[in-house]
Design a protein around this ligand. Structure first.
Ligand SMILES: [Zn+2]
Length: 168
């Protein structure tokens, strides 16, 4: 099932909870736009494509997309153990711009907080296994420093990169 369809299903479930079948009318304009922006970011993955293009332009290569490891990072260098997540502001509760929809606020708060909790757990698990974990917010993807951080990590984990430091 595509991410978009699964979101559609969640959407329906929450509308069933209201019991009146008029979910669309009951969601505030603000809430609806947040929901739609969430669907955009998870549905067609524009943020991820944008980030991938930036990495490519910076000459970064050798990553895999959505490998089957804990948390399924958006990008990962498996050998170097570097995981990159591009987080949608709505779904991951960006402190700068995410807002919980007013309608069904309790449902959304629980759901979104679970995502945040999961992100934290995924980060902890990966770091405990020696991974460098980086997360970038959808609303901050224009920053050049993002790609610089990734490039630095890749360089740091490049085979032989630390040899100079340990040899006399
Ligand atoms: Zn944001």
């Amino acid at each position: 099932m595509s991410a978009l369809r699964s979101i559609g299903r969640e959407y329906k479930i929450s509308s069933t909870k209201t019991g009146d079948g008029k979910m669309a009318d009951r969601v505030s304009r603000q809430g609806r736009s947040k929901i739609m922006s969430g669907i955009r970011s998870r549905g067609n993955r524009t943020t991820e494509i944008y980030f991938g293009k930036q990495m490519w332009a910076a000459g970064l290569r050798g990553y895999r997309k959505h490998p089957q490891i804990t948390g399924r990072p958006d990008f990962a260098w498996l050998g170097s153990k570097i995981a990159v997540f591009v987080d949608g502001c709505f779904w991951h509760r960006c402190p700068r711009c995410s807002q919980v929809p007013r309608t069904n606020a309790k449902y959304w708060l629980q759901k979104l907080n679970r995502n945040v909790e999961r992100d934290r757990e995924v980060g902890a698990v990966l770091r405990a296994r020696g991974w460098i974990v980086m997360r970038f917010w959808e609303c901050r993807l224009h920053l050049k420093s993002n790609i610089k951080r990734v490039a630095l990590a890749v360089e740091k984990r490049r085979p032989g990169a630390n040899r100079r430091l340990v040899m006399p």
